[in-house]
Design a protein around this ligand. Structure first.
Ligand code: NAX
Length: 327
């Protein structure tokens, strides 16, 4: 049987952690033949550490055959030791009265420390997914703080936006979500993201042609996908957790095991594709194979799309400028 791989998860006692860890341990992320060792990180706070102990008791009680070990940590230098995968979920949420700059600074501190720890102790091929918000900018900070690791291995989660868009399109076209291909989401994981179905098909038919309604695209579809997180908070009183965990599983599974030629959306550092300045962590369409992703190139960008991409890029550049002095 395969040698266990190490999977670090931060914010492990949080909502997303609770929806995520059991699925990783059951083999849904890395395959039903891949044993895993979970290296869980929480803040040193006693309440968080106790909650983490409770989650670990439940993981033990699942008796997952693939779960080869569980560790609880409060220090990233221990949690990231030799880790092959790192899911950075824990982040500082915006508190009452907290300014945007304060939020960026608090997260810059967390992701600088975690990037440095990954740089010091993780596997040299560690695959990093940042879920904690602002996800793209946090991934950028971690990447910049880990100069000895490949920059391309730092990614941000746009997959929830991608999956939300797919589900809206399936409903609109009356087709199955599993039949939708060649969908993508450009940009920042925020309401400015641009979910783009111009190339998408369902059962091989062009979704754009089926819908044929640019007003619906601009005034219904994009706002619905962009504000879906807020709609879930309004309905549930809590932010999306199970769907976020599911998206994290999808992102890592496709990266590790391949997308079989299909497009998926990942937030990855640009190499200048589509005029996005190099280094910016941006949602792109990618295909994945043999543990590597490749940005889909050569897509035509029409005027409406360019406007949307410019808007989400400007927001990301603003975030990046806001943390530059901290790196
Ligand atoms: P919770 O507040 O339930 O859990 C976060 C956990 O992280 C807490 O237990 C906290 O103690 C821990 N934590 C905080 N700082 C830490 C640090 N420096 N090291 C280790 N652990 C730390 O939040 P949850 O609902 O689980 O959401 C987690 C993050 O995901 C938030 O930043 C949230 O905004 C973000 N999201 C990102 C999404 C995406 O698509 N990229 C969607 C869902 C979600 O909103």
């Amino acid at each position: 049987s395969k040698k266990p791989v190490r999977v670090a998860v931060t914010g492990a006692a949080g909502q997303i952690g609770y929806a995520l860890l059991f699925r990783i341990a059951s083999g849904e992320m890395l395959g039903k033949d891949q044993p895993v060792i979970l290296q869980l990180l929480e803040i040193p706070d006693e309440k968080a550490q106790n909650a983490l102990k409770g989650v670990i008791m439940e993981l033990e009680d699942c008796a997952f055959p693939l779960l080869a070990g569980i560790e609880a940590h409060s220090d990233p230098l221990q949690a990231f030791k030799d880790t092959d995968y790192a899911l950075l979920v824990g982040a500082r949420p915006r508190g009452p009265g907290m300014e945007r700059a304060d939020l960026l600074a608090a997260n810059a501190q967390i992701f600088t420390a975690q990037g440095k720890a990954l740089n010091a102790v993780a596997s040299r091929n560690v695959k990093v997914l940042v879920v904690g918000n602002p996800a793209n900018t946090n991934a950028y900070i971690a990447m910049k703080s880990a100069p000895d690791l490949p920059a391309k291995n730092f990614t941000a989660m746009l997959r929830l936006d991608h999956n939300r868009a797919a589900s809206q399109l399936a409903a609109k076209t009356g087709t199955k979500v599993g039949d939708i291909k060649k969908l993508t989401v450009w940009g920042n994981h925020s309401p400015t993201m641009y979910a783009d179905y111009r190339f998408a098909t369902t059962n091989g038919q062009s979704i754009k042609a089926l819908i044929n309604d640019q007003v619906w695209n601009a005034e219904t579809f994009l706002p619905t996908v962009g504000k879906r997180g807020a709609a879930i908070i309004a309905a549930r009183g809590l932010s999306s957790a199970a769907s976020a965990a599911n998206a994290a599983i999808d992102h890592m599974r496709d990266w590790a095991l391949g997308s079989n030629g299909e497009w998926v959306t990942m937030g990855v550092p640009s190499n200048g594709e589509y005029g996005i300045p190099a280094g910016i962590v941006f949602g792109f369409p990618v295909t994945t194979e043999n543990g590597e992703y490749k940005i889909v190139e050569g897509l035509e960008i029409d005027a409406f799309s360019q406007e949307c991409i410019n808007k989400t890029l400007a927001e990301l550049q603003g975030e990046q400028d806001g943390v530059k002095h901290l790196l």
